[in-house]
Write a new protein. Sequence first.
Lengths: 229, 408
Amino acid sequence: MLIEIKDMYKTYSMGDTKVNALDGVSLSIDYGEFVAIMGHSGSGKSTMLNILGALDQPTSGSYKLDGREVSTMSKNELARFRNRKLGFVFQNFNLLPRTTAIENVELPSFYGGVKISSEARRKRAIELLEMVGLGKRLYHTPAQLSGGQQQRVAIARALMNDPPVILADEPTGNLDSKATVEIVTFLQELNAKGITIIMVTHEPDVAAYAKRQIVMKDGKVDQIIVNSK
Amino acid sequence: MNILMIFRVALRAIWRNKVRSLLTALGIIVGIAAVIAVIAIGNGASEQMKSSINSMGNNLVMIFPGSMRSGGMHMGAGASNTLTAEDGEQLAQDYPELVAAQTPMIRANAQVIYGENNWSTQVSGVGTGFPAVRGWNIGNGTFFTEEDVHAGKRVVILGQTVVDNLFPGIDPIGKTMRVKNMSFKVIGVMEKKGSNSMGQDQDDILIMPYTTVRRTLQNSVFNNVNQILVSLHDMGDLEEAKTEFTAMLRQRHRLKDGKEDDFNIRDMTEITEMVTSISSTITVLLGAVASISLIVGGIGIMNIMLVSVTERTKEIGLRMAIGARPIDILMQFLLEAMTLACVGGLLGTILGVVGAKMVGNIQNWPILITESSIAVSFAFSAFVGIFFGFYPAYRASNLNPIDCLRYE
Ligand SMILES: Nc1ncnc2c1ncn2[C@@H]1O[C@H](COP(=O)(O)OP(=O)(O)OP(=O)(O)O)[C@@H](O)[C@H]1O
Ligand SMILES: [Mg+2]
């Protein structure tokens, strides 16, 4: 199994009241899957994904990725782990402002301690941007790109270090229907190349592209739907 | 991420907020400029004082009349009238291996007149050893001779300032001028010497044999002098010379054991030390003021770095999400603060050097800019950057990735 979660809780306490954003979740995701996490607003989807991405820690429960327990890792180990194993795609793109597309894509390769020549780095960034169809926009800054284009830059960035897993939190949330289809088919193609994709969405149309849907409700897994194709 | 890359990121972040960066660095700029300028002016002043002290004479030892007790009454320094020109002559005679030259000195002020022009100046009555003792040569004409001294001849040698004021455009040699309404013949002009350490014009002087001063200007029946100047062969003999001179003078003045000296022997090292300690005290004080402005500048940097961290919370979150470790974030902000301070230091150094030179030119002050003062201020500004940049950088590195990404 790629991902194994057991009995996971995430509790936020606001004064006296406690909110269980995750309320005892157990699930596993295999290599090469394309999973869509669905559910109503506030059901704990983002909380779940952030924990999977090691951006946030659960209150209790175990999370194993590739057989390694993540919850006991140090900050530095977590940083390495995110750098090598995970690529992130955010709803609001999160590109560095006033920085060219190519430099945004290169960014992950500066961290993680892997030695790479600046020519090799540049070459890979260009390849990735060409792959997402932005070969003619290499030196555009985010402000000079449309939302769909920005998200494609973000996908190229997520792929820079060749991670086995891509985590996407509502990657199409800020896009129109045409761009949405582009992005989600793109994710599908990546999945076909063997990359595991975990995507949060609340659009059934988008979720339909995944191989499997995990529906959450009140911090629990409510339903698992296997898409027939 | 390697240092060079972080450095580029830091430079870019600074460049993006040019005006803000400049205003932030202003504290450092002013602080460093002040340090550089103050040290340059202070060093220059003390160098000049030292060289002008040296210009007062070669290996100079000065003997002054001391205080005198008469019947239990203390008369104060200089009150004794036992120091004579013969004392000096005896010293030169008995210690040729120590004494290179010597001259007595009697001072008086006088109104001097030539034609329509008159001038008030200092008259120095000296012996023939004067040029050698002061290391000050005759420029034009001749100095007076031993015979002139014996005869108490009315001959004078002028300083350049006196020439400029009494003999504008005239060659004074051979002319007869009036001092206190008596006529004197000008036989020579000294070389131009400039101001001494106290800013006194050394060329505002009229020199004549001490015997002449005593007879014509003072009408004195005593044969005491105001001062004896002795030039030693070697400053290394100073302590020996002082001991020997003291012994000889005590003997000549018939001072019984237990009675205090009726003279004082002084040398230039004391004055040099005093000048050095005054100027270094001033430098330290001004340096302290400048350091305070550097600290204020550092606080400015800390403030703007805290703002910068807050502004770029999302960026920090994103960098953490793609694999930046806490140390990477720490280095990024620390280097940014350091770069900001160093750029400030660089601009401050330029401003300080230019400012010091300008002040030096306008005020006609000597300026001494040392590499060490530049290196020290530069190191200091880098240190200020690191010291005051650490807290904001540490705060940034300690943030939680998810909190940063969610930050509005
Ligand atoms: N930092 C926080 N502090 C307190 N409560 C939080 C925090 N983050 C999330 N929650 C709570 O946890 C619950 C789950 O939030 P989460 O963001 O995971 O929902 P979501 O399923 O992603 O919703 P949406 O579809 O609207 O994005 C919500 O009730 C939310 O109020
Ligand atoms: Mg959400």
